[in-house]
Design a binder for this molecule. Structure first.
Ligand code: GUN
Length: 310
């Protein structure tokens, strides 16, 4: 069974365009719930959790993302501790900062914004962060635990996608899911999340033959290729749930995803807008992971599915 059979109003002849998977709304709910828990924690006389945010160099996109993360910390009541390092910093100096943060009891979570400048081994940096403070969920221990179905801290974007689907009562169990893009930070962990949620998962990548065939089979299509228009929306089967994880600026300076939204929404039953889809979910999930790392919420803390499908 595919999504198109079990969601309402998915007939392309009766439904002109898809329902929105509104990441802004869901992220706001999550942030409000996290703020409430944090304030209750602090009101008991306990210490406010801290998140160390490390930004190396001056990549403009990374500056924007880090800004969003720091502002969201303020909304939840998490202390953000920004560490800005020049692009010329040595790997050794970065690793010793991580060692200090690992030891610092005031730091519940450590985030090193990626990409790192050339010459710094991102894998070595990721491995240096204590798995218990690895709020990105990128450490091999956290990725391995997710692969073995005993997740601890889970990568933010994939977990955020699952939270978003849950909120709209879209259960991946038994669905054909296609993840396009096999990166370490999105595609691979999203494959594992969807598998954990009971989907039959395919992952497509640069060596995949006949991408069109795979896209046409998917009941849930997640696109994280970092390139616009690789997928022709004509390939998407009517009624598919579409999750667009890309973000780009078009020629007119407007933000858009990997997909042509206006065409994809004619085929999909549900779709994430860009901006306002997956992006806010990534940020809210980072804060969720920080409270989890601080021991303030349990690993299975989840938003209730409060949305009522028409
Ligand atoms: N760069 C792009 N996405 C991410 C993310 O989720 N975490 C970190 N640390 N860097 C990123």
């Amino acid at each position: 069974m595919q999504w198109r059979y079990n969601v309402p109003m998915t007939n392309p002849h009766t439904q002109a365009t898809a329902h929105m998977l509104n990441g802004r709304v869901v992220a706001d709910h999550l942030i409000n719930a996290l703020a409430e828990v944090t304030e209750a924690h602090v009101a008991q006389g306990r210490s406010r959790p801290g998140l160390a945010v490390v930004l190396v160099g001056d990549d403009p996109a990374s500056e924007v993302y880090v800004g969003h993360k720091i502002r969201a910390c303020e909304r939840v009541g998490i202390r953000s501790l920004a560490h800005r390092l020049p692009a010329s910093v040595t790997e050794e100096a970065l690793l010793s900062l991580i060692d200090e943060l690992n030891q610092d009891e005031g730091v519940a979570g450590i985030l090193v914004q990626l990409p790192l400048p050339e010459g710094i081994n991102a894998a070595a940096v990721t491995r240096r962060i204590s798995p218990s403070k690895d709020v990105d969920g990128f450490h091999p221990t956290n990725m391995g635990l997710l692969a073995q179905r005993t997740p601890a801290i889970r990568p933010c974007t994939p977990r955020g996608v699952i939270t978003l689907l849950n909120y709209y009562r879209l259960d991946p169990k038994g669905q054909e899911a296609l993840v396009v893009g096999a990166s370490n930070i999105v595609g691979r962990p999203l494959m594992l999340e969807l598998l954990l949620a009971g989907a039959t998962v395919t992952i497509a990548h640069r060596f995949t033959r006949d991408l069109k065939k795979h896209v046409g089979r998917a009941g849930i299509l997640c696109v994280a290729v970092g390139r616009a228009d690789l997928i022709d929306p004509d390939w998407i089967a009517p009624g598919t749930v579409v999750v667009d994880i890309g973000i780009h600026r078009d020629e007119d300076g407007r933000l858009r995803g990997d997909l042509d939204f206006e065409r994809a929404r004619q085929k999909a039953s549900w779709i994430t807008p860009v901006p306002g889809g997956v992006g806010p979910m990534t940020v809210a999930t980072l804060l969720q992971n920080t409270l989890q790392a601080a021991g303030i919420i349990p690993a299975d803390f989840a938003l209730k599915a409060t949305h009522h499908n028409a």
